[in-house]
Write a protein that binds this ligand. Structure first.
Ligand SMILES: [Fe+2]
Length: 477
């Protein structure tokens, strides 16, 4: 690396993290192929985009200042816009301040502030996910603040208000679940005190009054990114990558830098009963997971499918200095965990030889139920040292898989969009954004979820950094 290049911004010149200036006004995409007539709406996504500004530098991928972007799919055109998040974190960074707690970047609070506020306020850099909660488009990170985003301008409007409810300043995950039948949003939240309390809560899709479903108390608090949900249960993955809350008092380290890995503790699975809040625990050999794929009940057993890494080394591998040395391997294993009442030990089984991240399913049809297809992005170095990328479809009942790869783009999360009046959990398309390796361009690829064939691509002359999650909204153009 050129010593004259500050290390954090260097990542912004490397695919798939390369970034073009924002496009707050829509620019047209160049369409190749044919977009299905029924596919009309908008893809909203988030990504970490800025890794250095002024004196501020992100030290971890997850701390890059967020950007929201959208592809709008109309009758005969697709357009693209992008806009940087206007968060307190971003405003602070531009002034060279780092007073808020970030994921893996130290804060630099004055000593007096640290003494009187032993735990720093948490970042509102909502760069992890963007979903619709009722009528609002909401950007999320792991924090106690979520930001409402304007559908049209992509401007950051205001924090979502949960004031006055049971959870106060708890850290919410950026992966809520949806109980469509009851118009409820469910999520997991972590509170730090003498011990840790991890709670499952729900609220109406429009209202913002969170109600507790159940809580699990633990001395060593695991890092929680997602959870599984069935009609009966919420399932927490309490891997042994944890922290004792007292370790974080008066500290200036990044949030995750307090956590350590204790393989001998194994990974605990905590099942929270959705009707009464009771919890029961199981244990499996240690693994680490960011993402649950799906969960369901089978007789009296509860089944959870996760994307499992052998340990938590992946968290450090996503530090900026590590990624500059070697792009990350985002190909954890699809692992099935079966938990039977009265049997503490959970059984585990690897479902496929294909590793992938950023999982999705036909969520509305199969979440919480037995299912067949999982989708994701499989990104990592091949044997020849080339960073390969494909969009994959895995049959979890057989382990077989199909994929799409064009050799040109590095793809992220595929979003499944069902064909109206379609049948089956692969009757629809996958929408996935690919960042060109060697050009200042990106595509929104439209794949047939049955065959994984490319139906159409919408190319824009803008480098979109690889990001995390997003959603599709059917809207009129
Ligand atoms: Fe995630």
């Amino acid at each position: 690396m050129n010593a004259a290049v500050p290390f954090a911004s260097a990542i912004e010149s490397i695919a798939p993290f390369r970034r073009s200036p924002e496009n707050p006004s829509a620019i047209p995409a160049r369409i190749q192929g044919r977009i299905p007539d029924w596919l009309r709406g908008e893809v909203f996504r988030t990504c970490p985009a800025i890794f250095e500004t002024g004196k501020w530098r992100a030290q971890h991928w997850f701390d890059g200042l967020g950007m929201i972007y959208a592809f709008r799919i109309g009758d005969s055109a697709v357009d693209f816009r992008s806009r940087l998040l206007d968060s307190e974190t971003a405003r602070d960074a531009r002034r060279g301040k780092t007073n808020l707690a970030a994921f893996g970047t130290p804060n630099a609070r004055p000593l007096v502030q640290r003494i009187f506020e032993p735990i720093p306020r948490v970042s509102d850099n909502t760069n992890v996910n963007i979903v619709r909660l009722g009528h609002q488009l909401v950007a999320m990170t792991e924090g106690n603040r979520q930001l409402v985003i304007d559908d049209e301008t992509l401007a950051s409007v205001e924090p979502v208000s949960y004031s006055g409810d049971a959870l106060g300043g708890a850290i919410m995950s950026a992966h809520p679940h949806f109980d469509f039948g009851r118009s409820k949003v469910l999520n997991v939240a972590t509170e730090f005190g003498l011990n840790g309390v991890i709670s499952i809560y729900e609220h109406d899709s429009v209202a913002r009054q969170r109600e507790l479903i159940g809580s699990w108390r633990t001395r060593r608090v695991p890092y929680v990114h997602t959870f599984g949900l069935t009609p009966r249960s919420a399932i927490l993955v309490a891997h042994p990558f944890g922290v004792s809350p007292a370790q974080m008092l008066w500290s200036s380290k990044g949030y995750i830098d307090h956590f350590d890995w204790r393989a001998d503790e194994g990974t605990r699975l905590v099942i929270v009963d959705r009707s009464g809040g009771e919890t029961r625990e199981h244990v499996a050999d240690a693994f680490f997971a960011f993402h649950c794929v799906n969960a369901f009940e089978h007789g009296d057993s509860t089944v959870l499918d996760v994307l499992a890494y052998p340990d938590a080394d992946i968290v450090a591998a996503l530090r900026i200095d590590r990624m500059l040395a070697e792009l990350p391997d985002l190909r954890p294993s699809l692992l099935r965990i079966v938990m039977k009442p009265g049997v503490e030990r959970a059984s585990t089984e690897k479902l496929s030889d294909v590793g992938f991240e950023f999982p999705s399913t036909h969520y509305r049809l199969v979440n919480g139920l037995p299912y067949r297809f999982a989708y994701g992005a499989s990104d990592g170095l091949d044997a020849g040292g080339v960073y390969t990328s494909s969009v994959v479809k895995v049959d979890v009942t057989s382990g077989s898989s199909m994929s799409h790869c064009d050799g040109t783009h590095i793809f992220g999360e595929p979003i499944f969009v069902a064909r109206p009046q379609g049948s089956g959990e692969d009757d629809g398309v996958l929408l996935t954004v690919g960042s060109a390796r060697n050009a200042e361009s990106s595509v929104l690829a439209v794949l047939d979820a049955r065959t994984m064939a490319l139906l159409a691509s919408a190319e824009v002359p803008s480098s979109i950094p690889l990001g995390f999650h997003g959603s599709f909204t059917r809207t009129e153009w």
